[in-house]
Design a protein around this ligand. Structure first.
Ligand code: F6R
Length: 582
């Protein structure tokens, strides 16, 4: 039985069934509009072979032209896969062999999942898109992300590029090429409840409120006050750490802003030159003389295609590499020399919140660690910074406890025409992140920039209908930023500011108080901006956890889709999983 619908997953009504295998997929439209016909799964001419696919088949038109006797129904690239399978699947071929023969013809990136009517097995394959299998009790699972089936099992295997796996209710067998291979079975330490809403209306608000806990996990066991350093379990040799001439960050979106924050800290404490490049814009070298470079990929998912591509370029050019990620077993962790886990726990809301805080905090620890290794920071200063970091979870809790003030501000400004976010120094990445959060979940126009840039152009857009939000805390040059905020106020704009608790800017229309945590104050200010974005979007009744056109993991360079599947014992009630729908 196949049922598929455009729109929300809730549009689909999956009836009770005694089937033992099932596949499901939430598709993002790349080839063809989001219609019922273009929804997954896609089938062959007989309707017996069903396929879901995350990725892009770049040579699908060439393959399709070779299948001239086949009738295609959709506009998708995916549909060639079941038709190719129809040609390969003979009575004496196993489904796994047929899938291997088909994927050998595909160009592009894919994680696919194949189910054939009346067979109690599914076969999956990956190349360039994430794929994880989960081991249940008499039932097994496959997903593009472990959170899809975390409520059923924490025991998983992350498949690698080129892997084809046969999954039924027993053992899971994995092949790579003609070889049967053994892949590590790992235990994910995330609890199932962490991937549930736990009484909150939206994952995003839950995840904003989880930040104190997430940061305690991030910091746990990593601060060594007596040695005035951070213990990050990195295996870089001392000589290498001392010889680094430049740290290059590559990242996208919110992770890029976390990298901007971190780069500033590394310049201050790590005694090292830094650069931060949007991963999709990254080109290594360009004919420069070779020098000692560490390239750091900041990526919550560890699967962002642009970031993976950038880190591969850096590696090919001879740089040492490190990943800062939330995701055990993710592709980036297999490709870099060292990994720093941010330990934020699962983040389900499409908009990154707690992972930004954990990324910045992890990299703040790294800046102290590097500064101590290179002599860029004194023991006394390092202790101050580490003690400030230890106080951040409590400071964020204090900000969260004042959520009512943010709701009042959201009610006052929700209908504004545009929002401007400004800051200086460590306030710049937070201003950029504040604007991104607001635009992505509320759809309001919002722009973030360095406060000094207001007068170089954006001021022309400032009117009484365009509130300006300033990051006015320590670490963000508050007095100078306030001058720029005042420039906007004199053009009639209302001004909202996140202000250090010991400072007053009396002319602000709304102030949010940030406890004293030194260079981490802009990070706490960011919590107010997250709440502001959330409540504006909530007042507008937006689909906050799944904003239009966006996805949690951007696993190819221009689209994303995500799916998950399950194989159960025959007597187990079967239901197709749609939980991990983006
Ligand atoms: C915004 C957001 C995105 C991601 C970006 C990178 O709220 O979540 O901008 O930050 O797609 O994703 P990762 O960190 O997984 O590489």
């Amino acid at each position: 039985m196949i049922d598929k619908r455009s729109g929300e997953v809730s549009n689909l009504e999956v009836p009770d069934s005694d089937a033992t295998t099932g596949i499901g997929h939430t598709r993002w439209s790349t080839h063809g509009p989001p219609t019922d016909i273009n929804a997954h799964p896609h089938t062959d001419c007989t309707g017996e072979i069903a396929v879901v696919h995350n990725g892009i088949i770049e040579n699908y038109d060439v393959l399709k032209s070779k299948l001239s006797s086949h009738t295609f129904e959709s506009d998708t690239d995916t549909e060639v896969i079941p038709h190719l399978l129809e040609a390969e699947l003979k009575s004496d071929t196993s489904l796994r062999e047929a899938v291997q023969a088909v994927v050998a013809q595909l160009e592009g990136s894919y994680a696919i999942c194949v189910s054939v009517k009346s067979r109690d097995e599914i076969v999956v394959a990956r190349d360039g898109s994430p794929l994880v299998v989960g081991y249940g009790d008499g039932e097994n699972f496959v997903g593009s992300d472990v959170t899809a089936f975390l409520e059923h099992t924490q025991t998983v295997t992350y498949l690698e590029d080129g892997d084809v796996a046969r999954v039924d209710d027993g053992d899971i067998e994995v092949w790579n090429g003609n070889q049967k291979v053994e892949r590590d079975v790992e235990r994910v330490e995330w609890e199932a409840e962490a991937a549930e809403k736990g009484g909150y209306e939206h994952f995003m608000r839950k995840e904003i409120h989880e930040q104190p806990t997430a940061l305690r996990q991030t910091l746990s066991g990593r601060i060594d006050i007596s040695a005035a350093t951070a213990d990050l379990d990195l295996e870089f040799e001392e000589a290498f750490l001392e010889s680094i001439e430049e740290i290059q960050f590559v990242a996208c979106g919110t992770s890029y802003y976390a990298a901007l924050y971190a780069a500033e800290l590394l310049e201050r404490f790590g005694d090292v030159r830094t650069s931060v490049t949007i991963a999709s814009e990254y080109r290594f070298g360009g004919g420069r003389d070779p020098y000692c470079t560490l390239t750091v990929a900041v990526t919550q998912s560890g699967e962002t295609a642009d970031t993976l591509r950038a880190i591969r370029r850096a590696e090919a050019a001879g740089a040492r590499t490190m990943a800062v990620t939330n995701t055990l077993g993710s592709t980036v962790t297999r490709e870099v020399d060292e990994t720093l886990f941010i330990r934020a726990g699962p983040e389900i809301g499409v908009a990154a919140t707690k992972t930004f805080a954990s990324q910045v905090t992890t990299l703040a620890l790294f800046s102290v660690f590097l500064g101590r290794a290179r002599g860029g920071i004194s023991a006394a200063k390092a202790r101050d910074v580490l003690e400030d970091l230890q106080r951040v979870p409590g400071a964020i809790q204090q900000a969260l406890d004042r959520e009512r003030e943010v709701i009042d501000a959201a009610e006052k400004y929700e209908d504004s025409r545009s929002f401007f976010f400004v800051g200086r120094s460590l306030g710049v990445p937070v201003a950029l992140e504040g604007a991104l959060k607001l635009k992505e979940i509320s759809y309001a126009h919002a722009e973030g920039f360095a406060a000094g840039e207001l007068k170089h152009g954006p001021l022309a857009l400032v009117t009484p209908e365009t509130p300006v939000l300033g990051v006015l805390t320590e670490g963000a040059n508050p007095a100078e930023t306030m001058n720029n905020v005042t420039e906007a106020q004199t053009r009639g704009a209302d001004a909202l500011g996140c202000v250090s608790s010991d400072t007053r800017f009396r002319t602000l229309d709304v102030s949010f108080s940030v406890p004293d945590v030194g260079v981490a104050e802009p990070l706490v200010a960011n919590v107010y901006l997250q709440l502001f974005a959330y409540h504006v979007a909530n007042l507008q009744d937006r689909p906050i956890d799944k904003p239009r056109n966006l996805a949690k993991s951007v696993t190819v360079e221009w689209l994303v889709i995500s799916w998950n599947s399950r194989v159960t014992k025959p007597e187990t009630h079967m239901r197709t999983q749609h939980k991990h729908a983006f």
